[in-house]
Design a protein around this ligand. Structure first.
Ligand SMILES: Cc1cc2nc3c(=O)[nH]c(=O)nc-3n(C[C@H](O)[C@H](O)[C@H](O)COP(=O)(O)OP(=O)(O)OC[C@H]3O[C@@H](n4cnc5c(N)ncnc54)[C@H](O)[C@@H]3O)c2cc1C
Length: 437
């Protein structure tokens, strides 16, 4: 199906574009034809997922591909836990799709709105030192290259390309199928509680190693960290889900509704932020519940924000965090959104933010109507001094030149790009900035 492009905007409203054409292929052959047609007319082409990247990584001024019709389970091997999904499958459909097989993703991020191809292509991650980002679960991929060929990359076919293709920034081809190594469905026991921030920072190393999934939020202008500790239990463990009312009060009213009020008010009267931050601080926390993993890992985010997230070596987190806290105090900024701190295992995907090192993530947010440039710029300088790597889907200002020292395989990745997309059919301004022309 082809349509003329209406204006596309990403979730955070940081990017917009009016593609010349939008195509919605319903088969692998149709994706190949779309790439060849783009080549014939000298246009660039780019698949878009759910538009949840804050950067311009998904911007497609030429042909935009919507893969909503390449979605769902293509193949499932219950014995090995390997499932092949259409690349456009949204994560929020996985619990329903995987229920017949009793399988689940081993880890997830904060939301489930992304597509599987979009999430893995930017290095989306959750938290937990025993777990890599979502892309580490990919054991095979099928993609249409820049010359329209269908390429299979797996442990037995072109295996040397796997560390590039698993997390390819959308630069190597149009992924049409991804095979993931999943785990038996499991229950998570969640404990969320406010704790003194300094104690959390001092115990950082032990806390992240003791828990399956540990993270914390800090609301600037308070002394409190809201910690979240999730423990994995078998799939038949008893569940104590959050009641619908409790989930609504906590997630909608506090995490979203109350924020909306604070953020809107703070844009006209910034002085109110510390007062409201302390109220949020008093109201949130102290939850103890257990449910199937997707319901615990993910929440709904209805207040729009902008985000920058940096991956630093795990041990650098307390120092880097304290520097950000001092910065906010020194500058007297009124910051209404919390800072989120998470962890991940080291992995071997060439462009993974956790490549080759145990990693801590520090994420800063700002209400989408506020100017985030000064705050994010100053935090970015701190992160860079700690060898930080920016999340590919979140705001940052780095370039191919500044990134090359951070990724030992950046040149290898560009070599794979030269092979799979010699004409730069999948390029856009963001990829030119971070990978070069
Ligand atoms: C509210 C919110 C919460 C978030 N929480 C987290 C979090 O907890 N952890 C985290 O790490 N990140 C998080 N993110 C970031 C988000 O996970 C990533 O930006 C992710 O890439 C978005 O997926 P998407 O489907 O929207 O992809 P898009 O943003 O639409 O696209 C991302 C990239 O994937 C490429 N792509 C999409 N489909 C294909 C395909 N079939 N073949 C090849 N390339 C393809 C696009 O071309 C583009 O380059 C969050 C973002 C938001 C807005």
């Amino acid at each position: 199906m082809t349509a003329t492009g209406a204006t596309w905007r990403n979730w955070a409203r940081t990017e917009s574009v009016r593609p010349l054409r939008v195509e919605r292929p319903a088969s692998v052959g149709a994706v190949q034809r779309a790439v060849l047609a783009a080549e014939a007319s000298g246009l660039r082409i780019k698949p878009v997922g759910s538009g949840h990247s804050f950067t311009g990584i998904a911007v497609a001024p030429g042909v935009q591909l919507d893969l909503a019709d390449l979605s769902g389970v293509v193949d499932a091997e219950v014995a090995t836990g390997r499932v092949t999904l259409g690349a456009g499958t949204p994560l929020h459909e996985l619990p329903r799709l995987l229920a017949p097989y009793g399988l689940a993703l081993p880890n997830m991020g904060d939301i489930d709105r992304q597509t599987i191809a979009g999430a893995t292509s930017t290095g989306t991650h959750g938290t937990g030192l025993g777990f890599g980002g979502l892309a580490t679960q990919i054991v095979a991929a099928k993609l249409v290259t820049g010359t329209g060929e269908l390429l299979t990359v797996s442990e037995t076919e072109r295996a040397e390309l796997l560390p590039a293709v698993r997390l390819g920034l959308g630069a190597l081809g149009v992924l049409v199928e991804l095979t993931l190594q999943l785990v038996p469905r499991f229950v998570l026991h969640a404990v969320e509680e406010p704790e003194p921030l300094e104690a959390v920072l001092e115990g950082w190393n032990d806390r992240v190693r003791a828990a399956d999934h540990f993270e914390f939020y800090w609301f600037p202008h308070t002394q409190t960290a809201l910690t979240k500790t999730n423990t994995r239990l078998p799939g038949d463990a008893s569940r104590k889900p959050l009641g619908r009312v409790s989930r609504w009060v906590d997630d909608e009213l506090l995490a979203n509704g109350l924020y909306r009020g604070i953020c809107a008010l703070a844009t006209v009267a910034p002085g109110v932020t510390p007062f409201f931050a302390r109220q949020v601080d008093k109201l949130t926390g102290d939850r103890d519940f257990a449910d199937f993993s997707p319901a615990v890992f993910t929440t709904h985010r209805t207040v729009r924000f902008r985000e920058m997230e940096y991956a630093v070596p795990l041990a650098a987190v307390p120092d880097a965090f304290r520097e950000v806290r001092s910065l906010i105090e020194r500058k007297g900024w009124r910051v209404s959104f919390p800072i989120e701190v998470r962890v991940a295992a080291s992995d071997d995907n060439w462009l993974s933010t956790a490549y080759g090192r145990e990693t801590g993530y520090i994420a800063v947010h700002r209400y989408f109507r506020e100017d985030s440039s000064e705050y994010f710029g100053a935090v970015e300088a701190i992160m860079r001094a700690h060898d930080g790597r920016p999340h590919w889907g979140k705001m940052h200002t780095q370039t191919a030149e500044t990134l090359s020292g951070l990724y030992p395989h950046l040149e290898d990745f560009v070599r794979v790009r030269d092979e799979l997309d010699p004409g730069r059919r999948f390029a856009n301004a963001y990829l030119e900035r971070v990978l070069g022309a």
